[in-house]
Design a protein around this ligand. Structure first.
Ligand code: IMP
Length: 222
């Protein structure tokens, strides 16, 4: 068919072009480490991802829930209302057995309200002083909440077991990664490339469980 014929047919409604628009997904975080991992894990779904840091003057929300799930849902509901778009929120943290699950939901602000990753890691090392490696069991936990503007909601979870190292090792990742030893690898999370971290991490697991739901929410055949 020549271009001319094609145009004529298109004009007369004899041909239809089926272009699937990329669906927009708001990722309700400003944490660059989380954004990188979420982007990688949701590749291939045909989503256009936006993070809060892509917009100016977006209101903040207080993370005052008593669990990862409460906080994740609160963030996802709040921003899906603001944007009127499908929204994904991640609430995650580190639970240390010897510290009765702390820092848990306080992981981001363990050493104080605006604490840096370095300050949080230093505080953790101090709290764990003198404790041998065999008694430094810990896990990362991640809860993902997906909320659509018409009120559909889904929650998934992932955990990853490890130990708290005696010192920080590795430069990749973010947060407590340089202190989080994966015994089966003999490495910290901060020594793993992004794809490898996603394969075994709490976030990677929660996101893999969410892919199917995301497709359903997007109205695609699973
Ligand atoms: P949130 O933004 O309240 O979910 O805080 C998450 C905090 O938990 C981060 O700031 C990190 O301190 C910690 N955290 C969560 N996931 C990871 C991870 O994959 N690696 C290292 N630290 C993490």
């Amino acid at each position: 068919m020549s271009l001319r014929e094609f145009r004529k047919n298109l004009w007369k409604g004899r041909v239809r072009i089926n272009i699937r628009e990329k669906l927009e997904l708001i990722v309700a975080t400003r944490n660059r480490g989380k954004i990188r991992e979420i982007r990688e894990a949701l590749k291939g779904l045909g989503l256009r991802l936006y993070a809060l840091s892509d917009f100016d003057e977006i209101p903040e929300i207080e993370e005052d829930g008593k669990s990862f799930t409460e906080n994740a849902l609160k963030k996802a509901r709040f921003y899906s209302k603001i944007f009127g778009k499908l929204t994904l929120a991640d609430d995650s943290g580190l639970e240390v057995e010897r510290l009765k699950g702390m820092p848990g939901i306080y992981s981001a602000r363990y050493a104080g309200e605006r604490a840096s990753n370095r300050e949080n890691n230093q505080k953790l090392l101090k709290e764990m002083e003198g404790i041998p490696l065999s008694k430094r069991r810990a896990r990362f936990k991640c809860v993902m909440a997906l909320v659509s503007p018409d009120g559909k909601e889904a929650i998934t979870e992932g955990t990853c077991q490890g130990r708290i190292g005696m010192r920080q090792t590795g430069k990749r990742g973010f947060g407590y990664d340089p202190l989080f030893i994966l015994p089966e690898y003999g490495k910290t999370m901060a020594q793993l490339p992004l794809k490898e971290k996603n394969r075994i991490s709490h976030r990677g697991k929660a996101l893999r469980k969410l892919r199917k739901t995301l497709r359903t929410f997007m109205g695609m055949v699973v």
